[in-house]
Design a protein around this ligand. Structure first.
Ligand code: ADP
Length: 721
């Protein structure tokens, strides 16, 4: 092969050097397009790298698009790099949206088909030459750019000083870098789209949040309206109920009424209590729904508490001729700290349902428990207990499909006639209450066989002052010792004042009355009562203002103050205590609650009805020696208890006679109970026998069947809400 002449050799060397620079430039430009995060910088950087590598005078990118009407291809310069001393064209308006085919007729076809245009300008068609030569361009190469396989525009390299002729391999290399630009544009487009989506999402979220805020505000306001409505409605219903229940209680304590009239008064009270329960249920549900239900744990004599519930329901069971069984584990503590009202509510609902839905067989209540692991010795002296309650019945059972429904508000399933006796709210409320107490209400049921509702809760054990509990629950209060106490009752409704008057005057209190705060204040200053009981909502001057002024005035500040209202809001109750009230008494007023509060506030010593165990019978049993106080067997005690519960006084006394015949050592016992029976002290007999059973049993278990309706002495106070 003949040696190339020096010119050709030099030319070859230059071409090789150019190819090397071009390839290195393309690699760096690709790197810029791929790795520089700022989009503008990455494109501009790649153009600069390519311009420097190829030593051309101008590198540019044109974006092409079809004019919608004429479908002409319009081109606009979008990016440009120029070598030093070259005039930039990026600002040139003529290079924006100009019809490409007007001057470069072959370009649209060639470029959109993926082909390049390259060469010396002097060889180009005349129309093209005119414009290019005006810019002193000697040679150029233009390669197409596609974005996702769609023609996007082109990239051009102008040479104004050398007239470089682009080889096929060089233009191929340029086409690869053009693809990289296409990729960068595609990414940018995707990013813009993503940003658009994000922006629109953000706008939508903002819009939705705003809508949500509006609807939450509306819902809150509707909820407030509902709560206000319910509170007002309940206030309106409770106020007359105060009269009904108050007088029913007063009547039952009246000496002048015949037994039948007392029974009628008791019926009025029971109906009133049911109505009150219903109002409370609706309120509870709304409280739970608005998450306003709080627990108020207090010390509870648990065994007495359960006994009172059992006594109450054994009567219902008896009426339906079904067996009612009750089993309380001996491991359980006497006193626990629990929200008595709420626990009562749950048990009441479960047992009531069990009896309501069961027509034959039995209802069984079982309470078991175990102490929880002891806390640190220094922390507590008493232990926490886990109490498990179970209410089992042999009723109709519940369809498996309905098991989920029954805990929803207003859901009733099964027998239509039985449904009408309920509201469908009880289980929904019980379920939520047990949850708030930290447990879970569960149901196990077999259609045709029966159901078992159960739950467990944890409560701390507490010491119980049995004597003070017995004092109030068992004996009738007749009066109090010491000087007459003067009580000012401030209430705008005469019937409310009358209820308190009729409860307290027979016990020896002096009552003065006012029908608004203003009048109350004048009387408080003038008459100096020992205690004031005031309503909250009153004309002229309401309870809050009245309490505030009383506490301001030095003469009235020491007077004990009870606030009594039908308001169901805990906040009202707290507010009245914060304002200076000593105690809040809820309306309808419960006599026992009022008396308990009065005893504490005025440090009263009650005078009880004299027919008490010791007072009445000491003389009868005086001449008995110690050996004559033997207790009968537990079975016998239970038999006696059943008779007492059934009100079968004659049979009860016959049992006592039989005991006397068995052994004279029972005489102390029989005499005591005979006297009680002769005085119809059924309640005292029952509780005293219960105590005797629980003391003589290693395990306190009682089964109560077919008991009678309650006597007037029966203490239902534990069952009142
Ligand atoms: P209700 O006031 O209707 O008794 P609850 O919420 O207490 O409302 O009970 C909801 C429904 O659950 C009842 O209507 C009844 O269909 C079903 N149910 C509850 N307890 C029992 C049970 N012991 N035996 C059979 N069905 C029951």
């Amino acid at each position: 092969m003949p040696d190339a002449n020096p010119n050709e050799q030099e030319d070859l060397k230059q071409r090789l050097a150019f190819a090397e620079r071009l390839l290195a430039g393309i690699a760096r430009a690709n790197d810029s397009l791929l790795n520089v995060t700022d989009y503008r910088e990455s494109i501009q950087g790649a153009l600069r790298i390519l311009g420097n590598a190829t030593q051309v005078d101008r590198v540019y990118l044109f974006r092409c698009h079809e004019e919608p009407l004429t479908q002409q291809l319009l081109a606009s310069q979008k990016w440009e790099w120029v070598a030093e001393g070259i005039e930039p064209e990026i600002e040139n308006p003529e290079l924006q949206n100009f019809p490409l085919a007007d001057l470069f007729s072959r370009w649209p076809e060639e470029l959109s088909q993926g082909r390049h245009i390259a060469g010396l300008v002097r060889d180009f068609p005349a129309s093209e030459r005119k414009l290019l030569e005006a810019q002193n361009i000697l040679s150029l190469v233009v390669v197409p750019i596609s974005v996702r396989n769609v023609f996007w525009g082109f990239m051009g390299f102008d040479d104004c000083h050398r007239g470089h002729i682009w080889s096929a391999s060089e233009t191929d290399a340029l086409k690869t870098v053009a693809n990289s630009f296409g990729g960068a544009f595609a990414r940018q487009e995707a990013e813009i789209k993503l940003k658009d989506i994000n922006d629109s999402l953000e706008t939508r979220i903002k819009q939705r949040t705003k809508e949500l805020e509006v609807s939450t505000a509306l819902a809150n306001s509707a909820n407030r309206t509902k709560s206000d409505f319910l509170a007002n409605m309940s206030h309106e219903l409770r106020t007359p109920l105060n009269g009904i229940l108050g007088y029913a209680q007063i009547l039952q304590n009246s000496e002048d009424l015949k037994p039948q009239e007392i029974a009628h008064a008791s019926m009025i009270e029971q109906c009133g209590q049911h109505l009150l329960t219903f109002i409370n249920e609706i309120l509870d549900l709304s409280k739970i729904e608005s998450q306003k239900m709080n627990l108020y744990p207090s010390e509870v004599d648990f065994r007495n508490f359960m006994q009172a519930i059992v006594e109450m329901f054994s009567i219902q069971a008896h009426k339906k001729d079904i067996t009612f069984r009750y089993n309380l584990s001996p491991l359980l503590p006497q006193g626990i700290c629990v929200d008595k009202k709420r626990l009562m509510q749950v048990l009441f609902n479960l047992i009531n349902n069990a009896i309501k839905f069961t027509d034959r067989g039995e209802v069984k209540i079982q309470v078991t428990g175990r102490p929880l692991a002891l806390k640190q010795e220094s922390e507590v002296s008493k232990q926490d207990y886990c109490l498990c309650f179970e209410v089992r019945d042999t009723g109709p059972g519940i369809n498996p499909e309905d098991l989920n429904k029954i805990f929803m508000p207003f859901e009733q399933v099964g027998n239509l006639e039985k449904r009408s006796k309920g509201t469908g709210l009880g289980l929904a409320i019980s379920h939520k209450i047990v949850k708030i107490m930290g447990g879970e209400l569960k149901v196990n049921s077999t259609l045709g066989k029966g159901s078992c509702f159960s739950f467990s809760i944890c409560c701390p054990e507490v010491e119980i002052d049995r004597q003070s509990l017995l004092e109030l629950s068992e004996q009738k209060i007749l009066a109090y010792q010491g000087e007459t106490k003067k009580i000012l009752v401030v209430d705008d409704r005469w019937e409310n004042r009358a209820v308190i008057k009729n409860m307290l005057i027979p016990l020896g209190f002096k009552i003065i009355e006012a029908d608004n705060g203003k009048q109350g204040l004048a009387l408080a200053i003038e008459d100096k009562p020992d205690l004031i009981i005031t309503d909250l909502v009153m004309p002229k001057m309401d309870g809050y203002e009245f309490v505030r002024l009383l506490k301001q005035h030095s003469a009235t500040r020491p007077i004990k103050l009870f606030v009594s209202s039908a308001s169901v809001f805990q906040s009202d109750q707290q507010k009245s205590l914060d304002a200076g009230g000593d105690c809040f008494i809820a309306k309808p007023i419960q006599l026992r609650e009022l008396l308990t509060a009065l005893k504490t506030a005025l440090t009263l010593d009650w005078v009880y009805e004299t027919r008490t165990l010791q007072n009445t019978h000491t003389s009868d049993i005086e001449d008995l020696d110690d050996s004559q106080f033997m207790l009968p067997s537990v079975e016998k005690l239970r038999d006696l208890q059943k008779l007492a519960l059934s009100g079968l006084i004659k049979a009860f006394c016959q049992e006592l006679d039989q005991l006397d015949q068995v052994s004279k050592n029972y005489r102390g016992f029989t005499q005591k109970y005979r006297t009680l029976a002769e005085n119809f002290q059924l309640k005292t007999i029952q509780s005293s026998l219960e105590l005797a059973i629980s003391q003589s049993l290693p395990e306190a278990t009682s089964t109560i069947r077919h008991s009678s309706p309650p006597s007037r002495n029966m203490d239902l106070s534990l069952l009142l809400p």
